[in-house]
Write a protein that binds this ligand. Structure first.
Ligand SMILES: [Zn+2]
Ligand SMILES: [Zn+2]
Length: 529
């Protein structure tokens, strides 16, 4: 079996593995690359994908970094079935339509700017709503635990990975030279005890495991602490009569935050009359999907539903679907909680709410999810004094809260525990879907604690695996290495450090201290050569 890494290699986004076995070619996931110009350039490099060769696609879950290029590969020649669980299908439909809409709007906006500057050329959207309508008929349902054979000589089983509603890890059994080869693609692995969804299903047996490693270098705080932090953020803004703005992924995180607010209201931890606006058409549609697929809930949520309670219908909640309703939130006087997307503050209505509230002392901005490099969210979390939104520099005066405990990803220890559920010793583990530093930490830990060999493949590499010998791999895609002006990079670091030195707020953040310690270690290593 050969596996080519077309994304999520030494980075988090763009999950896509091209698998070649017994003369058949297919893909596992087909996600969008996110965060920065280089990543976005990869979304347009369809020649690397060669989707006309793919017989089918196995989709682990609905998140855009796993599904976001499906309309594009369809446009560039893919025409086979795309397998996924029923909730994933419902979510993928709304997410791709939303994504296409964003692509179209952004292209339009860029073209207006080009024209205004008198420049030639035109930006094409990555794909359009029409492209999405062409790919939707290809979606096919397969449920957890149901073994199926998408092509002769291959058996695939979807198992609950406990990450978001409908998310799966894949067990793939292929026959090579008369011997079975078992490969597991983890997809994204959830955090045990997560709200709403079930815990990740234990692993069975695998010769090779492709393991996500988003939080390979840290553990999450516990749930109780996160609830307390959320309450603190709400009280902070409430005392000043300002708003609480929560950028949240439309799928899962938004529903989880609603659930948390439901718990805080129920226990009278926060004032009962604060309105909660769910201001994202996608999040509103996703919440509907959650209400439709109750049989995929975990026990606690199920018990709640059986008692006739519905967190998604609590009286404080207001779903603002129309643009007018959304804009009215800005003129709303007094404290309100605004949950909006995108989760990394790079697109969608959240940008308006940040523009209106970031500069307001007394407002709370609450990050409850992963912020990729190069995104607006990451810059705010990293302590930027101003960020650019809609072409304007907006000062960051609101209090920024980063709550890690809500992650839909397993933390370091939880990933190791999940790997430990394997009933056999795998021949090799490949770490994917993580930033390189985090991957190195996790890799070293797995090798030390479990004694399994680990590698961290790079973008464009092709790996050959069999049951007979150690894996081999080579680089298939040669990228141009950009020349870096190291001196000006260092001057930039210098300038930023000076900024931190003059800021008094950062000292209060224990996370900032930990990061600074890590930086210190790296600088020392650099100097030591
Ligand atoms: Zn995901
Ligand atoms: Zn992912």
């Amino acid at each position: 079996m050969n596996i080519r890494l077309l994304g999520a290699a030494r980075t988090v986004t763009g999950s896509c593995f091209e698998v070649e076995v017994g003369g058949h070619v297919f893909a596992v996931d087909c996600g969008m690359h996110q965060g920065g110009k280089e990543a976005e350039g990869r979304n347009r490099e369809m020649a690397l994908y060669a989707p006309h060769r793919w017989e089918f696609i196995l989709l682990t879950h609905a998140h855009i970094d796993h599904s976001g290029l499906l309309p594009r590969v369809k446009r560039f020649g893919f025409d086979g079935p795309i397998y996924m669980t029923p909730p994933t299908q419902a979510l993928v439909e709304i997410m791709l339509l939303d994504s296409a809409h964003i692509q179209e709007m952004e292209a339009q906006w860029k073209n207006v700017r080009l024209k205004r500057r008198g420049e030639a050329g035109e930006v094409e959207p990555l794909y359009t709503v029409e492209d999405v309508h062409r790919v939707l008929p290809l979606l096919k349902q397969v449920d957890y635990g149901q073994k199926f054979s998408p092509t002769p000589g291959l058996v695939v089983t979807y198992r609950d990975s406990g990450h978001i509603l409908g998310s799966a890890f894949l067990e793939i059994e292929a026959e090579e030279n008369g011997r079975p080869l078992r490969v597991v693609f983890s997809g994204d692995v959830g955090r045990p005890a997560q709200l709403i969804v079930r815990d990740p299903t234990p692993l069975e047996e695998a010769d090779y495991l492709f393991l996500e490693s988003t939080y390979g270098d840290r553990d999450h705080k516990n749930e109780k602490e996160s609830l307390d932090e959320l309450a603190e953020a709400i009280w902070y803004a409430f005392r000043k009569g300002e708003k609480v703005v929560i950028p949240a992924f439309a799928v899962e995180r938004t529903q989880e935050i609603i659930y948390c607010l439901y718990l805080l209201f129920r226990e009278n931890v926060i004032p009962a009359d604060i309105p909660v606006f769910v201001d994202s058409p996608l999040a509103i549609q996703a919440t509907d999907v959650f209400r439709r697929f109750k049989s995929y809930y975990d026990e606690d949520m199920m018990a709640l539903v059986k008692r006739g309670e519905d967190p998604f219908r609590m009286p404080q909640l207001k779903y603002t679907l129309s643009t007018e309703e959304s804009m009215a939130i800005n003129s709303f006087v007094g404290t309100a909680i605004v949950i909006s997307a995108s989760g990394m503050a790079d697109a969608g209505r959240i940008k308006h709410h940040l523009k209106h509230n970031l500069w307001r002392e007394g407002a709370s901005i609450v990050f409850v999810g992963y912020q990729a490099h190069g995104t607006v969210g990451r810059r705010i979390v990293d302590g930027a004094k101003t960020v650019r939104i809609f072409g304007d520099d907006v000062a960051v005066r609101a209090k920024v809260f980063t709550i890690n405990g809500f992650s839909a990803h397993a933390g370091q220890r939880q990933l190791i525990s999940w790997v430990k559920t394997l009933k056999n010793k795998p021949r090799h583990i490949f770490l994917v879907h993580g930033e390189y530093e985090a991957q190195k930490t996790l890799g070293a830990l797995i090798e030390k604690e479990l004694g399994y060999p680990v590698s961290i493949p790079d973008y464009g590499e092709k790996i050959s695996i069999t049951v007979e010998r150690a894996p081999m791999w080579w680089k298939e895609i040669e990228e141009e290495v950009p020349t870096v002006d190291w001196m000006s990079e260092l001057i930039e670091i210098d300038r930023r450090l000076a900024e931190i030195e003059t800021s008094k707020t950062w000292l209060k953040s224990p996370e900032a201290k930990v990061r600074l310690e890590k930086l210190k270690e790296r600088v020392e290593r650099l100097l030591a050569g």
